[in-house]
Unconditional design. Structure first.
Length: 728
């Protein structure tokens, strides 16, 4: 390295700044310490100015800035910023122990998230709503920085974790990866917990000077690693309910079984029309049924009949409040946490075979080309003649024999035409891989399999989509979208994110030419067809979905990009989704000639439902990940083929092709070389051997360790020297 010339170097070796550089540095420092006063000596120390020339220039620079009105000066020669900071509210994303990002509310119109260092979080935790001060200029990180002034609302005050008990105190180590503080527990607040058990702990105090919060054990879950304990841990972690309030159960049990004859008279009676349900073999809550008959004019009448839940769940009741709070049924790996009590979900509302049921229906008159000639929407009474499991219905179509095989075949032909038409108009064909586990009676995973989607699944899907779209368009067209309604929308994808995804796909050897509108859909569908059955299928499908906007509920009458529908809603699953109940209520209100209700109230319900939907999806993923980790801890110790699904500066994520389980190889454990992270090309490069590890690479790996608490699988490349196994 060459030596610096004399005019660049001060007497003590520090770098000399010119007047404009020094002024900018001093001004940025004061702006980013809004509300604090500093004298020249303190600024020199804070800015770590070492050379005597620059040191001598600090005070004159401060006086010049004060004279120009750029900074404020006190009579004691203390200086402070005059810039006004911005005050915003947002949600905390606590990405690592050192700092968090605050996602500002949309109304603030900030272009980026705001970085807040851990010391300035004021004990805010992930998911909390906070009020922050945003510094007037960008900080040393090159992005907006700020500090928390107030925690507006805690997102949660209960955490699940393993308790560690010492002679004088105890700590709970949380399972939640974004909770970066252990929770202190006094020995008198253990609630009977034993060392190393899984517990639920509720925060009770967190004084300003304390590093860790204090909490009390509210529930002892049991021995870590046991199936029931771990599932209960996931339920508690995501705030899922363990049971119904007694009053709600009593309210459900008090509803009479018999349908009043007066109610039947007020409905279209379709009990004599051949009707059947098609659901998974283990399903108990049958939301929907299909009826089929030929009309005298040669056309076909197809009825989509949906459980009339809102007949039984009345506004302002305990059942209604509980359904709203839950907002959705949750399907964990071994159980369902239903939105409605079993008396309703599996009994009164469920469209069980050989029982009269109250339904809300879309009845379509169609020709053999699957064109809808006319439709009728309203309340009905129906009678299911047959309950099909998916496998059974598919078998009848394939073999051209068995109950209703002709009806099923004709419906399948219509569904294929509806599906083709949908894709021709720009729908995107996301066929995601769904992993299912075979469990023994104690919940131990004996094996896993990928759920296959056949024609029978697509048949049901197409007729449910048709009903949902028809209801949405009916309400929209009544008053050009000015009537309050609950829509399911899916925004067009962001061009930049699509470009990033296209670059990812290219690393797997696939060319994705991204255009606009229908061309985007065509390009994505072409890719989805190319990757069916290939090792990278699951990885690319997941990456594609992540590059899309998230579907949500709203009163805004926007379209649905993924389905290529101008208007869409959720009408067909009111037993398991609260938004469908909202749709039923509003739809009947308009059918009765009612005026548009207050939009703000319904938008609030939509937001709540979208939030609960995300909670359900996150908890379902967590339960699957738990079983994947447990399965790999019990699996044969051998080398597995995998595909590189992600590359970061700290590790390589690999999806094992055989089991669809994802694990990580940590960079610090890769001893053959020192690897640099090439962020632009999503790869690691060995500094000596120049070996490259890139997204999409096929690799051989072995399992080194599994951690059920953290739901992680540690891997190593199979060409390394075998490590000591650390599975637990």
């Amino acid at each position: 390295m060459g030596r610096k010339s004399n005019n660049q170097q001060g007497k003590k070796g520090g770098k000399v700044m010119d007047a404009s550089q020094l002024a900018r540095k001093v001004l940025n420092f004061l702006d980013n310490n809004y509300g604090k006063e500093f004298n020249a000596k303190q600024i020199i120390k804070k800015l770590e100015i070492r050379d005597s020339v620059t040191k001598g220039g600090v005070e004159p620079t401060l006086h010049k800035l004060a004279a120009a009105g750029s900074v404020s000066k006190t009579p004691r020669n203390y200086f402070s910023s005059v810039k006004e900071p911005e005050f915003v509210e947002g949600e905390v994303d606590f990405v690592n122990p050192r700092f968090a990002f605050i996602k500002p509310d949309p109304k603030h119109d900030l272009e980026e998230d705001v970085l807040v260092k851990e010391a300035d979080l004021k004990h805010a935790l992930d998911g909390d709503r906070v009020r922050i001060m945003v510094y007037p200029t960008k900080g040393s990180t090159g992005r907006l920085e700020g500090k928390v002034l107030e925690i507006v609302n805690r997102s949660r005050d209960e955490f699940v974790g393993r308790i560690e008990i010492s002679p004088r105190y105890a700590f709970v180590v949380p399972d939640f990866k974004k909770m970066h503080h252990d929770i202190f527990v006094h020995l008198g607040d253990l609630g009977g917990a034993q060392h190393n058990q899984k517990v639920v702990v509720k925060l009770s105090d967190w004084r300003e000077d304390d590093k860790n919060p204090t909490g009390k054990v509210t529930r002892v879950l049991g021995k870590a690693g046991e199936h029931e304990v771990e599932i209960h841990s996931i339920m508690a972690e995501f705030g899922l309910p363990f049971e119904y309030p007694k009053a709600v159960e009593e309210e459900a049990n008090a509803i009479p079984d018999e349908i009043p004859s007066s109610e039947i008279k007020n409905r279209r009676d379709m009990r004599d029309v051949p009707t059947f349900t098609i659901d998974p073999a283990d399903a108990k809550d049958f939301d929907d049924a299909i009826s089929y008959r030929k009309l005298d004019n040669g056309n076909l009448e197809i009825g989509v009949h949906i459980a009339d839940v809102t007949y039984y769940v009345k506004p302002k009741t305990g059942l209604e409040r509980e359904a709203y709070d839950r907002a959705t049924s949750v399907y964990l790996v071994d159980r369902t946490i239903p939105m409605l009590p079993e008396r309703l979900s599996n009994g009164l509302c469920s469209l069980r075979p050989n029982e009269d049921k109250l339904t809300f229906s879309c009845v379509f008159e169609m020709d053999e080309n699957a064109d809808v000639l006319k439709h009728w929407i309203g309340r009905t009474v129906t009678h299911s003649d047959r309950r099909f499991a998916y496998e059974e219905g598919q078998e009848n179509i394939d073999n051209q024999s068995g109950d209703f095989y002709q009806e099923l075949t004709l419906l399948n032909d219509l569904a294929k035409k509806l599906r083709k038409r949908r894709f021709d108009k720009g729908a995107v064909n996301f066929e995601t891989v769904e992993v299912k586990f075979k469990l023994d009676e104690k919940g131990k995973p004996l094996g896993l399999f990928v759920k296959e989607r056949k024609d029978i699944h697509k048949l049901i899907e197409e007729f449910m989509l048709l009903a949902n779209r028809t209801v949405a368009e009916y309400v929209y067209n009544k008053n050009k979208g000015n009537d309050t309604f609950v829509y399911r929308i899916h925004d067009n994808p962001d061009a930049e994110r699509l470009e990033t995804f296209a670059n990812f796909a290219k690393k797997f050897g696939h060319e994705v030419k991204i255009g606009e509108g229908e061309r985007v859909s065509a390009a994505l569908n072409k890719l989805m067809d190319e990757i069916v059955g290939k090792p990278e299928q699951n990885v690319l499908e997941q990456l594609a979905i992540r590059s899309m906007a998230k579907a949500k509920y709203t009163t805004e009458p926007k379209g649905h990009f993924g389905l290529a529908f101008k208007h869409y809603t959720h009408f067909t699953s009111p037993i398991r989704r609260y938004p469908d109940m909202m749709v039923h209520r509003l739809l009947q209100h308009y059918l009765d000639g009612g005026k548009s209700p207050n939009e703000e109230e319904w938008e609030e319900k939509c937001l709540h439902s979208s939030t609960r939907e995300k909670r359900a999806a996150d908890s379902e993923r967590a339960s699957i990940k738990y079983k994947q980790v447990e399965f790999m801890s019990l699996a044969e110790e051998k080398d597995y083929e995998g595909i590189v699904a992600g590359v970061t500066e700290w590790g390589v994520f690999v999806e094992i092709t055989e089991t669809k389980c994802e694990g990580m190889i940590r960079v610090q454990d890769m001893k053959d070389d020192y690897y640099d992270f090439d962020e632009k090309n999503m790869r690691l490069i060995g500094s000596k051997n120049k070996k490259m590890i890139t997204l999409g690479d096929k690799v051989m790996v072995r399992v080194v360790a599994t951690d059920i608490d953290r739901r992680t699988i540690d891997l190593e490349f199979a060409d390394n020297e075998p490590s000591q196994k650390k599975r637990r």
